[in-house]
Design a protein around this ligand. Structure first.
Ligand code: PBG
Length: 380
């Protein structure tokens, strides 16, 4: 359909388009006939054509000219409450910088508490804790994960006491605690055993909930674990503990620096997690994973990694309408930091764009190692 010049009547020449009788308006130059531009309903619009009007009636740059105009039409927002700060907690000689994640440190308990106070003051609502467990405490069955006085329960108690209003999330998985670096228990063939692992995870989740975790986050990708964890929490009266499931977690090459940080990289060696984490080639499978976790009682679902998987975030958000988190993982952080350090990317521009795009893709929440930095900039 085309808006004709003066004297030419409105014409419908595209399939599906229709003129709504009697409802036309002039949007062209005065020389155009007032009724020359028909109003098209949304359903009528061919997919390739969003508007009947043409240049110069339409100039897309009008709304881009000034900062205030751009702000008026901006669709997506980013604020500190959308961010979750992952933090590594360690003891003794394991405290210190993570070489493959410049700017990220393994924090001792007192430093962790100080960091949490600063993060809360910036308006960030949640931190995610990851423990660095000494090799001497690692076992094939990851039994240290079930120690009620282990590093994670102690960190939870310390942070919740100092910052009661800050939500604290913890990973439920065995990889920081196992000699082999896998997220669960191995069977005779060396594969991760589903039901044996779920049995341990439900106990781990309960210990964390009792220690004060606001959110338990199973990151193991075992089948059926969300339902089991929900049930054990309910039975124990932990009705308020949220489950954030790593629902669509892919077997990704972008977790390497995280495995350095928690010290599981060497344990895992050349092994991979493809028998339980998802194939990066798959998209429909992510929807099935999310559907199952939501049905089993997940309060928030996560897609991970982040930037290469924003299409999955969008599909999940559109399909389920539940709170969706996305994880800008360690490898994404390392890539950005490396390019920034070389002067190849502008730090602030690149970081804030990357985080905003998670929101545009449909993420309600973003786990990012840049949370604190982003919140500082957002507060300026
Ligand atoms: C452990 C876990 C991993 C991450 C979060 N929880 C690593 C893995 O699955 O191997 C990755 C986070 C990151 O790379 O930033 N289950």
């Amino acid at each position: 359909m085309r808006a004709g010049p003066a004297g030419e009547s409105a014409r419908v020449d595209l399939p599906g388009a229709s003129v709504i009788a009697g409802r036309t308006r002039a949007i062209g130059p005065a020389s155009w006939r007032a009724d020359a531009v028909p109003i098209i309903t949304l359903a009528d619009r061919p997919r390739t054509q969003l508007s009947e009007a043409r240049f110069p009636a339409i100039r897309m740059r009008r709304t881009r000219r000034t900062a205030s105009l751009r702000a008026m039409v901006r669709q997506t927002s980013l604020a500190p409450q959308h961010l979750i700060q992952p933090l590594f907690v360690a003891e003794g000689s394991l405290v210190g910088e993570v070489a493959s994640m410049p700017g990220v440190a393994r924090l001792a308990l007192d430093a962790l508490v100080a960091e949490c106070k600063a993060i809360e003051a910036l308006g960030i609502g949640c931190v995610a804790l990851f423990p660095v467990i000494p090799q001497t405490l690692k076992r094939d069955d990851g039994e240290e994960a079930l120690n009620p006085d282990g590093l994670v329960p102690r960190a939870l108690r310390a942070v919740k006491q100092a910052c009661p209003g800050l939500s604290v999330m913890v990973d439920v998985a065995l990889d920081p605690f196992t000699t082999h670096g896998h997220d669960g228990l191995l069977d005779a063939e060396g594969d991760v055993d589903n039901s044996g692992t779920v049995e341990v995870l439900r106990r781990q989740a309960l210990i964390y909930a009792r220690a004060g975790a606001d959110i338990v986050a199973p990151s193991d990708m075992m089948d059926g674990r969300v339902g089991e964890i929900r049930q054990v929490l309910e039975r124990d009266g932990q009705h308020h503990t949220l489950i954030l499931s790593y629902a669509a977690k892919y077997a990704s090459g972008f977790y390497g620096p995280f495995r350095d940080a928690v010290g599981s990289a060497a344990n895992l060696g050349k092994a991979d997690k493809r028998s339980y984490q998802m194939d990066p080639a798959n998209s429909d499978e992510a929807l099935r994973e999310v559907a199952l976790d939501v049905a089993e009682g997940a309060d928030i679902v996560m897609v991970k990694p982040g930037m290469p998987y924003l299409d999955i975030v969008r599909r999940v958000k559109d399909r389920f309408g539940v709170p969706v988190a996305a994880y800008q993982v360690s490898g994404e952080y390392a890539m950005l930091q490396a390019a920034i350090a070389n002067g190849w990317l502008d730090r602030r521009t690149a970081l804030m764009e990357a985080l905003l795009c998670f929101r545009r893709a449909g993420a309600d929440l973003i786990l990012t190692y840049y949370a604190r930095q982003a919140a500082i900039w957002l507060g300026e």
